[in-house]
Design a protein around this ligand. Structure first.
Ligand code: SF4
Ligand code: SF4
Ligand code: FES
Length: 488
C-alpha cells in the first residue's frame, strides 16, 4: 500500500490505484469529465490536471499531469489547487467552451451539468476568443429514445466507451476530426436496439444527450429522488424514482404531474446492478401509471372498502378448502404479514404476476433476467411455487381462491370456488370476483424485495395512495382478526 501526499497531507493508496482513484477514495475532489470509475481511461478532457512534484520540490516547482492516468507511487507529491493547476483548469475550460453554445437557460441538464458547475468554480470569465463559433447539429435523433445536441458535446467519449465496454452494442462512435468531430450512431440500428442505451444520458457530463420523453418537461431542481427497486425483473436493480418536490407542487397547471414519475435513474448498488439499469427500468411510469382500480366491488357492484372486507372475511372464515395465489410483486413485509395472518389456513402458492412482453429481451450477460417479477425469491422463501399445471394446485373440493396481484387467468380457477381478488389496476377480472379489494402499488408503500441472488433491497414510498385503496398488509391483519373469530 503506497503512501503519497495530497496538498502536503499523507494519504494511503491501494496497490495499482491512480491518483484520481486514491484521491476520490480519501475524500479529495479533483474535477473530471471523461473519467468514470466503471469505464476505461481515455485522458482526453484534461480538466483533472494536478501538479506533480518529486521529493524536495515544493508547490509551484512541479509539472502538470492528468490525475486520472497517473499511477500512485510511494512518496509522490500531488497538489490539486496550486496556482499552476488553477491557471491550467481555466485555460482548459476556455478551450472546452470555445464552440459551446452556452444555452444553459434552455438545457435540461442545467442544475446537474459538470460543465456549468466547473465554469463557475474554476473559470467564471467570458470567452477570450474573438472567432465565430463553429456550429454543429443542434438536434440529432440518436434513437427513438435519445436526442443529441452536438454543439453541447465536449467529446469526452463516455457514451462511446459505454457502448463498447458495458452494453457491448458498439453502437456509437466519433465521426470526423477536430472541431468537426461528431458523435454518431452506427448505421445498423444497434443503438436503437441497445437495451441499456439510456445510461449514456446519465453518463454525459453535459446536456448533449437527453431523454426524448422527458425533453423540456421539468427542471431538475423541482424534483427529488426516492430510493427504490426496479420491479422489471428478478435482478431488482437499485433505482431512484424522481418526482416533484412538495415545494414545487403545481396548483393551477396539471396537478396530476405532482404524483407522476418524472424520470428513473440508477441507484448504484455494487451487489446488484453497479451504476447501470436497463431501459425497461427507465420506463416504470408505463407500469405504475396504468389506470388504477380504486373501487371495492362485490360481484362487480361497487361497495365501500369496509363492506367488501366484511364479505371477504365471511368467505375466508366459512371456507373449508381455501387456496391462495400469492403475488411475486409483494414485499417481504407483506408476504410475512400474509403468512402470519392467513398462511396457516390456506394452501398457498407463489404465482408469477408478470411475464416477458412480446419481443422483450428475456436474458443477457449484464443485468436482464428471465423472471420478470421482483420478489419471486422472497415469496419462495415463505411459500411453494405454483405448479406448471396451475389447475393441479386446486383440490377437487376447493371452495375459495384468494388471488393476490396480476397475471392469473380466472379461466383456470375451479368453477365452484368463490373468489377474493386483490389487485391495483383496472382489469375485467376485477368485476368477476365475489369480492374485489383495490390495493396500493410499490410507489405508494415501503418494503423490501429479495432478488435472485438473495440480496434484499429496500424501496420507499413516493406518493400517497389514491382514495379507496388499501395497503395489502393492513388488510391481512384485519382478515386475520375475523378469521380467528369465525374459527372460534
Ligand atoms: S455526447 Fe456527452 S457523453 Fe458523448 S462524447 Fe459528447 S459530452 Fe461525452
Ligand atoms: S435489469 Fe431488470 S431490474 Fe434491472 S432495470 Fe432492467 S428490468 Fe429493472
Ligand atoms: S478526467 Fe482526466 S483527462 Fe478527463
Amino acid at each position: 500500500m503506497p503512501e503519497f501526499f495530497i496538498n502536503g497531507k499523507a494519504v494511503q493508496a491501494a496497490d495499482n490505484q491512480t491518483v484520481m482513484q486514491a484521491a476520490t477514495a480519501n475524500g479529495y475532489f479533483i474535477p473530471y469529465f471523461c473519467w468514470h470509475p466503471a469505464l476505461s481511461v481515455p485522458g482526453n478532457c484534461r480538466i483533472c490536471m494536478v501538479e506533480v512534484a518529486s521529493e524536495g520540490q515544493v508547490e509551484g516547482e512541479g509539472w502538470l499531469d492528468i490525475a486520472c492516468n497517473i499511477p500512485v507511487t510511494q512518496g509522490l507529491r500531488i497538489f490539486t489547487d496550486s496556482a499552476k493547476v488553477r491557471a491550467r483548469r481555466q485555460e482548459t475550460l476556455q478551450f472546452i467552451t470555445l464552440n459551446h453554445p452556452v444555452d444553459c437557460g434552455i438545457c435540461d441538464k442545467a442544475g446537474e451539468c459538470k460543465l456549468q458547475d466547473y465554469h463557475y468554480d474554476y473559470n467564471g470569465a467570458s470567452s477570450i476568443s474573438i472567432e465565430a463559433k463553429v456550429h454543429a447539429t443542434k438536434h440529432h435523433d440518436l434513437s427513438s429514445r435519445i436526442v443529441l445536441d452536438n454543439e453541447r458535446c465536449i467529446l469526452c467519449t463516455r457514451c462511446v466507451r459505454f457502448t463498447h465496454e458495458v452494453s457491448k452494442s458498439h453502437a456509437l462512435g466519433v465521426q470526423d476530426r477536430g472541431d468537426h468531430s461528431l458523435i454518431r450512431e452506427v448505421g445498423d440500428g444497434a443503438f436503437e436496439t441497445d437495451p441499456y442505451s439510456d445510461n449514456v444520458i446519465d453518463l454525459c457530463p453535459v446536456g448533449a444527450l437527453l431523454s426524448k420523453p422527458h425533453l423540456h418537461q421539468t427542471r431538475v431542481w423541482c424534483l427529488k429522488p426516492t430510493p427504490s427497486v426496479c420491479p422489471g425483473c428478478e435482478r431488482g436493480c437499485g433505482i431512484n424514482i424522481w418526482h416533484r418536490k412538495s415545494e414545487w407542487q403545481l396548483r393551477a397547471l396539471d396537478a396530476r404531474r405532482n404524483a407522476r414519475i418524472d424520470r428513473v435513474t440508477p441507484l448504484d448498488n455494487p451487489a446488484v446492478n453497479g451504476p447501470w439499469i436497463c431501459n425497461k427500468g427507465r420506463d416504470l411510469a408505463q407500469i405504475f401509471e396504468r389506470a388504477r382500480a380504486t373501487q371495492a366491488m362485490l360481484k362487480g357492484r361497487p361497495t365501500d372498502l369496509a363492506q367488501a372486507l366484511t364479505a371477504a372475511r365471511a368467505l375466508i372464515g366459512a371456507a373449508r378448502q381455501p387456496v391462495a395465489l400469492v403475488s411475486s410483486w409483494a414485499s417481504n413485509e407483506e408476504l410475512s404479514a400474509f403468512k402470519q395472518a392467513l398462511g396457516g389456513q390456506m394452501r398457498c402458492f407463489v404465482k408469477p404476476d408478470s411475464q416477458a412482453a412480446p419481443g422483450e429481451l428475456l436474458q443477457d450477460d449484464l443485468l436482464i433476467r428471465p423472471d420478470k417479477n421482483p420478489n419471486t425469491a422472497g415469496a419462495l422463501q415463505r411459500f411453494d411455487a405454483l405448479p406448471a399445471d396451475a389447475r393441479s394446485a386446486f383440490p377437487a373440493d376447493t371452495d375459495l381462491v384468494l388471488v393476490w396481484g396480476e397475471g392469473f387467468s380466472f379461466a383456470q380457477l375451479p368453477q365452484q370456488a368463490r373468489v377474493v381478488y386483490l389487485n391495483s389496476y383496472l382489469q375485467p377480472e376485477n368485476g368477476h370476483a365475489d369480492v374485489f379489494l383495490p390495493i396500493s402499488v410499490q410507489t405508494e408503500r415501503s418494503g423490501h424485495y429479495t432478488n435472485f441472488l438473495g440480496v434484499s433491497s429496500a424501496f420507499s414510498a413516493c406518493f400517497q395512495k389514491p382514495q379507496g385503496v388499501a395497503d395489502a398488509q393492513a388488510l391481512f391483519e384485519t382478515l386475520r382478526a375475523t378469521a380467528d373469530q369465525v374459527l372460534a
